[in-house]
Design a protein around this ligand. Structure first.
Ligand SMILES: Cc1cc2nc3c(=O)[nH]c(=O)nc-3n(C[C@H](O)[C@H](O)[C@H](O)COP(=O)(O)OP(=O)(O)OC[C@H]3O[C@@H](n4cnc5c(N)ncnc54)[C@H](O)[C@@H]3O)c2cc1C
Length: 393
């Protein structure tokens, strides 16, 4: 097995690294997290994505006619890695690029692809995901938001919850019930909703990090043209699952996990517990070794997934394995950092004595959210056992 990159790919990596070094925006002091919806920050984030897109580094695998580069998955992997290594700002349009975009390429009509895809890349349209509802999270197919087809319009009534980024999104890809009498998986449709349509109310929800990253979204007689339907009426479940597989891959990044682990090791070498660096404690060393083994295993799993993608082999349950392993590992790394810091871990971000700019308590809370979001660990284990290992339901 040859796990090294080809000379062409290494040359590409060098070019990407050089570009990022010269174009990366300066970190704004005291910048609010994106979740606060500051229009100046949103405009700056859109500008950053636009810049990257103009350089040809966004959605490299997409066909050229929709704004992509028709490049390989290896090039995209290299760009993602380099952005993370440089600690570059994330992309504001990630849900468009990684979730609804690939879904539209697979299931959209030609007209829908031409209308929506280019604006995803230029960050003119920011997307959010309207799947979960009160009472319909893990059991997503029980969703109740009703869309009635009247003439050439859907009239939508109901509620979504935990909708990340709805506070500044332009569009939502949404699951709605179009046939209440059909078995639950067969009465769902996948529609695109302009968030400026009358009848939509967005209410922020505060997370335990203190930020308001997600929202409740209410629909009252919201009129959506039938042309915003993706795929066939009542066939949305299949399309919804394609988007979910893309989401599960988005949530697991080996480079980010490796960076978090490197940060933990640095912390354990510097921070002193009981009169010596935490890393000198044999029990802590054992914990670190255990985490490092899991990071390495995750890396090799991602190489296998990359190989499958290059060879166009079906990925099977790989996305679920990736989501399960990476989100739990990230949380365990943050939990270990909290233990290394002891009571310093409870200090507020603004405290003078805070360690690593207060990132670890935030990571500890945020990564727990990602163990739940995109389908909980228990649900991933169900998928792996039933669809991967063929175990009975
Ligand atoms: C940070 C974050 C961001 C999110 N962003 C979005 C978003 O943008 N859009 C969106 O639509 N949703 C979003 N969600 C919602 C997310 O998809 C749901 O929270 C998730 O699917 C779980 O659903 P639930 O919260 O209703 O929990 P429940 O489904 O009520 O689950 C409660 C507990 O029961 C367990 N459980 C349930 N069913 C089973 C089963 N069959 N077998 C074993 N255990 C089971 C679960 O694992 C969990 O521990 C987000 C969530 C988080 C935390």
């Amino acid at each position: 097995m040859d796990l090294s990159f080809s000379p062409e790919h290494e040359a590409f990596r060098k070019r990407v690294r050089g570009w990022i070094r010269t174009h990366m925006p300066k970190k704004e002091k005291d910048a609010q997290p994106l979740e606060f919806g500051d229009p100046k920050r949103i405009a700056a984030m859109k500008q950053w994505q636009r810049h990257l897109h103009e350089a040809g580094f966004v959605a490299l695998g997409w066909p050229k006619e929709y704004g992509g580069q028709a490049a390989g998955i290896v090039e995209q992997t290299i760009v993602n890695e380099e952005l993370l290594l440089a600690r570059a700002p994330g992309l504001i349009g990630m849900m468009g690029i990684q979730m609804v975009g690939p879904t539209l390429i697979q299931f959209g009509t030609e007209e829908q692809k031409r209308r929506y895809l280019p604006k995803i890349l230029t960050a003119d349209d920011i997307w959010c995901q309207g799947y979960s509802e009160p009472g319909s999270g893990s059991d997503l197919a029980s969703l109740k938001t009703r869309a009635e087809l009247v003439g050439d319009q859907f009239i939508i009534n109901g509620q979504k919850v935990w909708t990340s980024n709805a506070q500044f999104a332009d569009w939502m890809f949404c699951l709605v019930r179009t046939d209440p009498d059909a078995p639950k998986h067969r009465g769902i449709s996948y529609v695109l909703i302009d968030m400026k349509t009358p009848g939509i109310t967005v209410r922020p929800l505060i997370q335990m990090t203190g930020d308001a990253g997600f929202n409740e979204v209410f629909f009252e007689d919201v009129r959506v043209p039938r042309t915003n339907l993706i795929g066939e009426l009542n066939q949305g479940w299949l399309i919804a699952n394609a988007t979910l597989a893309h989401e599960r891959n988005m949530l697991g990044s080996t480079t980010r996990t490796q960076q978090m682990f490197n940060g933990l090791v640095r912390l354990a070498k510097v921070h002193r517990r009981y009169g010596r660096p935490a890393a000198a404690d044999p029990v802590m060393r054992q914990r670190l070794a255990d985490l490092e083994i899991r990071v390495a295993a995750m890396k090799y799993h991602s190489f296998r997934q990359l190989t499958d993608a290059i060879k166009k082999r079906p990925t099977g349950i790989a996305a679920s394995v990736n989501k399960l392993v990476s989100t739990e590992l990230n949380h365990d790394i943050a939990a270990c950092a909290m233990e290394v810091m002891g009571s310093y871990g409870t200090l507020a971000r603004t405290s003078r004595r805070v360690i690593d700019r207060g990132m670890w308590p935030v990571e500890f809370m945020f990564t727990l959210g990602l163990v739940i979001g995109g389908g909980t660990s228990q649900i991933q284990k169900n998928i792996i056992s039933e669809r991967g290992l063929g175990m009975p339901r």
